[in-house]
Design a protein around this ligand. Structure first.
Ligand code: MV4
Length: 457
């Protein structure tokens, strides 16, 4: 087992990794920018190294600075968290060359999944249902028009190097295809340095369902069930839950088996997430795989009892999974609300000094946060302040626990999304489990409740 892990991240996820290391008796090294000198992840790590100025590009994305910090402190391994360098095949390769273990999949698998057109082909070959679409990248309007005609409109043009919603164009008629193709190619080239785009049949208002997998270096792969993440705005998830309110036990077992086989087919190791869209008919199609720990991993931990971060560390150290699929049970229901430092109506960022920070705990509640009274939410990084998770015997109990927890949370000094969450938790469609990625469009179009109705934050 590792003696010392460097955490190449900040905020709540750096703290989450420190929790796992402490439970495993592993020393920790925090890295931080000058803006994070007083952050809790720095305080709770055994050692800390300043790696640069506030801007991410100069600090948390600075591979040479991070590798140097690992070498100076004698760290055996690097945990990248999520975001930043977590899906960098380059960092994983540099780690290999420097004999530092990267806690994540191999550079080869990261690169495969990072190219969404290649990932699609690999998943199709492995027997995973994918959306009808082009077989690989489309480089001319002529070919694009032929593919789209076969699929039937609407179609969606996606950047092969994209993901998470960047570099996508919906096309509803042949007249718009050429321009969409060229714009998507130009955007992809500028954003990712690779202009390749591919085409898929477009699904209107789908549900977003993702499967969590774990694979070790001895050929064992298990899945930890699914999460439904349909409540999102501009590709930022706001609320996630496990399990999905609509997937049947039979569908879970079947799709879980498909995902495990696919992960084995690409020799997937460590933690990963396979994302699917579900259409109105209830059919499910693979869209992309994420080769990192995800923000919303905690709700899967709540329903399965598996500590995903400890599993990641043990797997990276070469240990066997020690869990068979039959050992994994799904207990009750868990929901996560992402509390962001932003105005609940306008979504404009609200960084600054938090004056008061108090979250009620109680049965079934978990809070992952870096926040505390008198801490600062920096404008340099993302606006996630806390992940509030609630578990219950069933969805109703999980929702009731989430509601009372949010009502008994006090954040003063900044605006937060808590009032928005409380409104969603009262929504008839949400309560009935009628979710879709179009949910927030309808929510945002509706009149707001009277000012003062939600007093928290
Ligand atoms: C789609 C789609 C409809 N049809 N692909 C957005 C993020 C990226 N992961 C894939 N995305 C989508 N791909 C086809 N063929 C709709 C979306 C989409 C979406 C997906 C998941 C969660 C939220 C979303 C919000 C808008 C669009």
């Amino acid at each position: 087992m590792f003696k010392k892990i460097l955490i190449a991240n900040r905020g709540e996820i750096a703290l989450r990794v420190i929790c796992a290391c402490r439970e495993l008796g592993i020393k920790t090294v925090a890295v931080h920018s000058t803006a994070d000198e007083h952050a809790l992840h720095v305080r709770f790590a055994d050692e800390a190294v300043c790696i640069g100025p506030p801007r991410s590009a100069d600090s948390y994305l600075n591979v040479p600075a991070i590798i140097s910090a690992a070498e100076i402190t004698g760290a055996d391994a690097i945990h990248p968290g999520y975001g930043f360098l977590s899906e960098s095949a380059y960092l994983a390769e540099v780690c290999e060359a420097c004999h530092i273990r990267f806690i994540g999949p191999s550079p080869h698998v990261i690169r495969l999944m990072g190219d969404k057109a290649r990932a699609r082909r690999a998943m199709k070959k492995a027997g995973v249902p994918i959306l009808p679409g082009s077989d690989g990248p489309v480089d001319s309007e002529e070919r694009g028009l032929r593919v789209a005609k076969d699929l039937g409109y609407p179609v969606i043009v996606k950047a092969a190097a994209g993901g998470g919603g960047r570099g996508m164009r919906i096309v509803r008629s042949p007249a718009d295809l050429g321009a969409a193709l060229r714009t998507a190619q130009r955007e992809a080239q500028a954003a990712f340095g690779v202009g390749d785009v591919y085409i898929e049949k477009y699904i209107e208002g789908p549900r977003h369902i993702e499967f969590q997998v774990l694979g070790d270096h001895h050929g064992h792969v298990i899945h930890l069930g699914e999460r439904e993440c349909s409540i999102q705005r501009r590709h930022q998830k706001l609320i996630e839950e496990a399990p999905s309110p609509v997937l049947t036990e039979r569908q879970r077992r079947k799709l879980g088996g498909v995902v495990v086989d696919a992960a084995k087919a690409v020799q997937y190791t460590n933690a990963g997430t396979f994302e699917f869209l579900m259409d109105a008919a209830g059919d499910v199609y693979f869209i992309e795989a994420n080769t990192r720990l995800q923000v919303e991993h905690g709700i899967t931990e709540m329903v399965t009892g598996v500590d995903i971060v400890k599993a990641q560390i043990r797997i990276a150290a070469g240990e066997r999974l020690g869990l068979r699929q039959g050992d994994i049970g799904f207990n009750g229901h868990a929901i996560e609300c992402r509390v962001n430092a932003e105005h609940p109506e306008t979504f404009t960022p609200s960084p600054g000094l938090i004056r008061t920070f108090a979250v009620a705990g109680g049965p079934g509640v978990r809070v992952d946060t870096f926040a505390h009274a008198e801490c600062t939410v920096s404008p340099y990084y993302d606006s996630l302040v806390a992940k509030i998770m609630a578990h219950g015997r069933d969805r109703r109990e999980a929702i009731a626990r989430m509601k009372r927890t949010l009502e008994m949370t006090v954040v003063e000094g900044i605006h937060t999304s808590i009032p928005m969450h409380l409104r969603i938790l009262d929504d008839p469609d949400f309560l009935a489990g009628r979710l879709s990625t179009a949910f927030m469009e309808r929510y945002l179009a509706e009149p707001r409740p009277a000012a003062g109705a939600a007093a928290s934050a």
